[in-house]
Design a protein. Structure first.
Length: 279
């Protein structure tokens, strides 16, 4: 039986854990961070509610749409599409802050799989964004939004939102790994994500746009997502016959856009993250 000499530090036992266990641990760490700083939830609680109320009551009367309950019901799909698209913003800011503060370096000094850092961050960011979806669903019920499709169609719409959020997380990992400060992330994300969401059918019908602008809007991946959830929830009918192909098959194109973005961005994001954290 061995004894530790007096005054010597005993080395703690290192337990080998799975990637899933490590990812969940980092996920819990990020949730605890949110719990201690609840103001981090403002972007998925107060801000979406403000968007819903602003567009529903200020602009809703001036925009005519084909929806059973008018613009307020039609609007919810667009607001939810915008919020889940901003999952990229959340993960980019969080990852950049962790790298800048040296937290990622501390994680790397531990016997864990480096992928657990990204998996845990992705899980917390997706949870963060889905809180906003729940808040907006409740707000939508107040302003007149209803799910008029079947239960399976409704669940499929929420599933598409989660899929899209997963793809956007890889965009956030890429931006968060490439930018050197949170301020730079804010600048890049605001100048890309806001125009991308507004240049779509999220807040105004694309069929009323000019020819070139309509083509850009209807080939915008966010438009496919928004049209898909609206149709699945029964908040609008099929796109008109002269609409571009993504609007004719929005569910299919949402899945294809998600797979394409993930296939292209994920390897690049992993390469940039590895290069950034090893330098």
């Amino acid at each position: 039986m061995s004894h530790t000499p007096y005054g010597a530090l005993e080395r703690p036992e290192i337990r080998h854990t799975s990637l899933w266990h490590q990812s969940v641990t980092i996920f819990r760490r990020n949730l605890i961070h949110i719990k201690r700083m609840p103001e981090m939830l403002l972007d998925v609680t107060i801000q979406p509610v403000m968007f819903v109320l602003l567009f529903a009551y200020v602009f809703g009367g001036a925009i005519a749409v084909a929806a059973p309950a008018g613009y307020r019901e039609w609007l919810l799909g667009g607001i939810m599409g915008q919020t889940i698209a901003f999952a990229s913003f959340i993960v980019a800011v969080g990852l950049t802050a962790d790298i800048d503060k040296g937290i990622v370096d501390r994680f790397r000094s531990l016997p864990i799989n480096p992928a657990a850092i990204l998996v845990g961050r992705s899980m917390s960011s997706l949870t963060h964004s889905f809180i906003g979806i729940i808040v907006m669903s409740l707000t939508g019920l107040v302003v007149g939004w209803r799910i008029r499709g079947s239960v399976l169609d409704a669940l499929a719409a929420y599933g598409l939102l989660l899929m899209w959020g997963f793809a956007m997380i890889w965009v956030g990992i890429l931006v968060g790994s490439a930018m050197r400060s949170v301020e730079a992330v804010n600048g890049v994300m605001f100048t890309t994500m806001f125009p991308l969401t507004f240049l779509s059918n999220a807040f105004a019908p694309s069929e009323k746009m000019g020819t070139i602008l309509r083509a850009i809007a209807e080939w915008n991946p966010i438009s496919s997502l928004v049209q898909a959830v609206r149709e699945l929830w029964g908040n609008t009918g099929p796109a008109p016959a002269d609409a571009h192909l993504p609007m004719q098959h929005p569910v299919l194109f949402t899945v294809l856009w998600t797979l394409l973005i993930t296939a292209v961005i994920a390897p690049l994001a992993l390469r940039v993250f590895k290069k950034r954290t090893l330098d």
